[in-house]
Structure formats: C-alpha cells, structure tokens
Design a binder for this molecule. Structure first.
Ligand SMILES: [Zn+2]
Ligand SMILES: [Zn+2]
Ligand SMILES: [Zn+2]
Length: 262
C-alpha cells in the first residue's frame, strides 16, 4: 500500500455474486462453465483494511473461504447490511478471530437485523453457551447516525430492497450499496459526492427486489461518481468480459479479489 497516506484504506471485494453464487450448482450455462476467474463469484461482501482498522461488510455463506483466500489475519468488526441468508450465513465462522485475539466480535446492524441474528443463531445467545461458540457483541446502528469502528467513520444510508428497508454504507468518498432496489431523495444526498460508488445489479430482467443492469447504470448516472463498480451479479448477467465491454468506461464489474484504494 505505497500511497496509503493519501487514502483511508483499501477495499477488497470478497464476493460479488447474488445469493446462489456463480457458478450455480448443477448449471451448464456459458457463465457457469466459463474459465474466466472473474466469472467465479462468491456471495457478496467487502473487506475494508487500514493501518488501524479492518472490518467486513456482511458475512455470507462463503465468509470462511473468503478469509482464507485473502489471507485475512484480523478483523475488528462485522457490519451487516441486512439479514438475508446470503449476507449473514457465515457469522459463526468469526470464531477463529475470537480464539486468536481472545475478544468478542462486534457486529453492527439495525435493531431488526440484530433481533434476527438472535433467532437465526439462537445457540450463540443462550444464557449458558457451551464452550467453543462464537462470541458476538451486537451493536445497534440506525440510518441517521454515523458510527465509528476505531477511527473509521461510517455513514449508514437507508435503501429499500424489495419491501425491506436495509442499509448501505458510506466511508469517506466510498459508498457501498448492495441489494438496492429503491432509495429516497434524502438518502441520495448522502451518496452524492462519492468518488467511488458500488451498486448491485442482478441481471437484465426486471426484478422485485434488485436493480437490473440498466437501472443500476441510470442510478450511477444520477449520482455522478468518478468510478462505479457493479456487484451482486447473477449468472444471467452474462460473461464478465462481454458485459463489461458494453459499459461506460468509468463503470466496471467488480470481481472476487479486486482491490481498490478509497
Ligand atoms: Zn449458470
Ligand atoms: Zn438481500
Ligand atoms: Zn443479497
């Protein structure tokens, strides 16, 4: 990180797929059979790293593999966008960090999301947990208040995912909005001015809870970031290489392992 002095930190795309991942089990489509490593997508998540602070946004079913693939030695917190399985299923695998550093893992989320974690992972939150369970420190956040992980300030952004209100996050000039379907004008104000914008784009056909490629491009056009990345792709989107050719130069498709300075 030679020019890290000019940056808040580095973001790694740990996963860039929608809920089933790419390839999809038992699928023989050209995308699922592609030899291009960029067409191999784990479930969506990012890692933020700075000299002081590491955290992930979401711990999906591939969290363990993502930590191993990227040789992540430490995370200080988990931030959750929403409670869907493809964003939280790997939470149990924070255990090695509990054991290694002998501390509970702070997990930031909205009240509804934290309540869901208590149900979904009820064994973790029983009064007398058996040894070896994850140690989770639930910390409530809301759409209005900036919160901090160590020295890193994070602004939640309210977005709508089908009918579910969920959170995106702005960190400095970087904004990460996954599982986006709608966003109110006042929340757009939080996004405007972002130099780098990450937006989910599912595929080409209209969907009830995700933006299509065309809708994501229109939203990017409205927000005017210097650079935008698409994430949370379905295999129906098409081959990375071919779809990217159709995009404006400042819009790229994220792929697993991609690192950017923010
Ligand atoms: Zn497929
Ligand atoms: Zn979702
Ligand atoms: Zn999702």
């Amino acid at each position: 990180m030679s020019d890290q002095a000019h940056h808040l930190g580095q973001v790694t795309f740990l996963g860039t797929a929608t809920s089933q991942g790419v390839p999809v089990i038992a699928c023989d489509c050209p995308v699922c059979l592609s030899a291009d490593p960029r067409d191999k997508r784990l479930r969506s998540s990012i890692l933020f790293e700075s000299p002081s602070t590491n955290f992930v946004i979401d711990t999906g079913p591939d969290f363990r593999q993502q930590m191993l693939d990227n040789q992540v030695k430490e995370i200080h917190a988990v931030v959750l966008t929403h409670e869907h399985q493809d964003h939280v299923a790997g939470l149990d695998d924070v255990r090695p960090f509990n054991f290694r550093y002998n501390r509970d893992m702070p997990v930031y989320g909205e009240q509804r999301v934290l309540e869901d974690m208590k149900q979904r992972f009820s064994y973790i939150f029983k009064p007398h947990p058996y040894p070896g369970l994850p140690k989770i420190d639930l910390r409530e956040i809301n759409e209005n208040d900036i919160f901090k992980i160590n020295d890193i300030k994070i602004q939640p952004v309210r977005i709508i995912h089908g009918r579910l209100p969920i959170l995106g996050f702005r960190i400095g000039d970087f904004t990460y909005l996954t599982d986006l379907y709608e966003i109110e004008e006042k929340e757009k104000e939080k996004v405007k001015g972002s130099k780098i914008l990450v937006v989910s784009a599912l595929h080409h056909k209209k969907h009830y809870s995700h933006l299509t490629l065309q809708e994501a491009l229109e939203f990017i056009e409205e927000m005017q970031p210097e650079k935008a990345y698409l994430t949370h792709l379905s295999h129906f989107m098409g081959l990375h290489e071919e779809v990217e050719k159709s995009l404006p130069a400042h819009v790229r498709i994220a792929y697993d392992g991609l690192k950017i300075f923010i």
